[in-house]
Ligand binder design. Structure first.
Ligand SMILES: Cc1ncc(COP(=O)(O)O)c(C=O)c1O
Length: 540
């Protein structure tokens, strides 16, 4: 084994590195040859198996899967490893595995599984790009399980969480009702309004003054951000807030679900101080894109996620200065290993499949969102909360921080109509708009946040979050936005005109909507193609 490894390393060292394509292909070929060797070496083993295990009980014993799993290495899509448990070679092998020192052996699928690991590596590549080598991911059964795992990992008894205001109701709930509960962790949960660094800094100063006693007892403040945030799709100044939080010695968790790494790659910042310490995604939304599963992920630097038992490493802390990270402080040993929210192989495969079309889907969704929002904003009795509308308070941050300045496919509208007519109108939105909870689906879905996603918030908190009883959240899908607008106009004729005569006549004309769609579509594609690497760069 050691001889083979030495021979491989020696051979690699002798390869010509000048051409990266040739170097990759040479290494790839070497790996294929090693797999072939493994497959051939198993032939004598198969013979012994046949002589020993094919008499009585062969059916119950099942196939010895290793023989045929080796060729599965060459499957062109990740293999769905549907297994609860794994074969181990000997006692020493399993002992090492339990210490986190034998990564080839996955032990038990609640802890690790090759298909889930494949997805974890894939999301790190997509999220961190050239920095992928520095980051690591753990997948979970749902986005909420990922959020809870990160909170459970960091937040301790009587700590303080300072969170951005407009977070998903499901995240608000555990923060307030579980972490904040006196008989649980008695965490002080505080929220800050606004999206900028000054909003955050002012709130931090207030929290520090208010929580003097806890801070004097050595309790910590953790920062929780959601960007773009529910329900209006507004963008937070994530790099700026991270810089300010890190300068104050605080760790930052960021739920970046709504933008996906395509629009808002929060880890791809040159300055490490501008990157959140933990990034969370609900795969359930646009990452999988098909609405066929629930799943989630937490991403952080390697040393925060996994170290072999008993080991420690030195790496930059939140303030950039070197700090020792111990194995017992990694998310794996502290939380993952002792809880059971692992993502199984079938769901991981589903997410991998969906993610492959992420860029195409997101581009179209952003075009559709801008078209819908800007068309609806031209109606005098519809208030539109969307940063695609040029005069919107959040347009500047969207322009500065999102890929090509695009708008995430989530926004809200408030038709200024009587509540009874509003309810009739809302129910008429089917079938063009799905009356469904969730976001990031293939079809466009609508809900009333006050009644659903944000129903956990008190009426004061709803008011502070800019949500009224007639607020409709639109989570844009892959359709032609004009088909959605046509249905919207028809539903207005049916349900709103009787209560508010002339409502449906105040939408922009069909020609205006066609022109708006064409302008946004062409402009986005032109900017996208210009942002892509030029041929001369690709040839370099
Ligand atoms: C922004 C955001 N984060 C997290 C979640 C939770 O994800 P999941 O439904 O996969 O648990 C949601 C769910 O709607 C969400 O909108």
């Amino acid at each position: 084994m050691h001889g083979l490894w030495d021979a491989t390393v020696e051979r690699l060292a002798s390869l010509d590195r000048r051409d990266r394509i040739a170097f990759w292909n040479a290494k790839r070929f070497l790996c294929f040859q090693l797999a072939k060797l493994l497959d051939n070496l198993q032939n004598p083993l198969r013979k012994s198996w046949q002589s020993l295990a094919t008499e009585r009980g062969a059916a119950q014993r099942g196939p010895y899967a290793v023989f045929d799993n080796v060729t599965a290495i060459f499957s062109s899509t990740p293999v769905i490893a549907r297994t609860a448990t794994y074969l181990y070679a000997c006692t020493e092998w399993i002992d090492d595995a339990f210490q986190g020192k034998e990564l080839l052996h996955e032990i038990y699928s609640r802890l690790m599984n090759p298909t889930s690991t494949c997805l974890a590596n894939y999301i790190v590549d997509v999220e961190a790009g050239p920095l992928a080598g520095e980051y690591f991911a753990w997948n979970f059964n749902s986005g909420m399980a990922a959020i809870d795992a990160v909170l459970a990992h960091l937040v301790g008894y009587r700590d303080i969480v300072l969170s951005s205001r407009n977070v998903y109701g499901g995240a608000h709930q555990p923060l307030q009702d579980w972490y904040g509960k006196r008989s649980n962790l008695d965490v002080a949960v505080r929220f800050f309004d606004g999206t900028g660094v000054s909003d955050f800094e002012a709130a931090l100063a207030r929290v520090r003054a208010e929580q003097k006693e806890r801070l004097a007892q050595g309790r910590h403040v953790y920062v929780y951000l959601e960007s773009p945030c529910n329900p209006h799709g507004y963008v937070l100044d994530v790099p700026g807030i991270c810089r300010a939080a890190h300068a104050a010695g605080l760790e930052v968790i960021c739920d970046a679900t709504v933008g996906t790494p395509f629009l808002q790659p929060v880890l791809r910042r040159d300055d490490p101080a501008e990157r959140p310490d933990f990034v969370v995604h609900s795969y359930t939304k646009d990452l999988v894109g098909t609405g066929t599963t629930t799943a989630g992920v937490a991403i952080a630097r390697n040393e925060r996620m996994f170290l072999p038992k008993g080991s420690s490493v030195e790496a930059p802390g939140v303030d950039g200065r070197p700090r020792t990270f111990d194995w017992s402080d990694t998310l794996f040993w502290n939380v993952y290993y002792v809880k059971g929210a692992f993502l199984d192989a079938d769901k991981a495969f589903e997410v991998i499949n969906g993610m492959r079309t992420l860029e195409l889907r997101m581009l179209q969704k952003c075009i559709s969102t801008a078209t819908l929002a800007r068309a609806l904003a031209r109606h005098p009795a519809i208030r539109v909360n969307c940063n695609a509308v040029p005069a919107n308070e959040n347009a500047g941050l969207r322009e500065r921080l999102m890929y090509l300045g695009l708008t995430a496919p989530l926004f809200t509208i408030e038709p200024q109509v009587p509540i009874a007519a509003f309810k009739r109108f809302f129910d008429c939105l089917e079938p063009a708009f799905g009356l469904q909870v969730s976001l990031g689906q293939v079809n466009t879905v609508v809900l009333c946040p006050a009644l659903t996603s944000h129903s956990e918030l008190s009426s004061e908190a709803l008011g502070a979050a800019g949500i009224s009883p007639t607020t409709i959240r639109i989570a844009v899908g892959d359709e032609d936005p004009r088909a959605l607008l046509a249905h919207f106009v028809r539903a207005s004729e049916l349900a709103l005109d009787p209560a508010q005569p002339g409502f449906s006549a105040a939408f922009p004309s069909p020609d205006e909507i066609d022109a708006l769609y064409r302008e946004i579509y062409l402009d986005t594609h032109r900017r996208h193609v210009e942002a892509l690497p030029k041929m001369a760069e690709l040839l370099r």
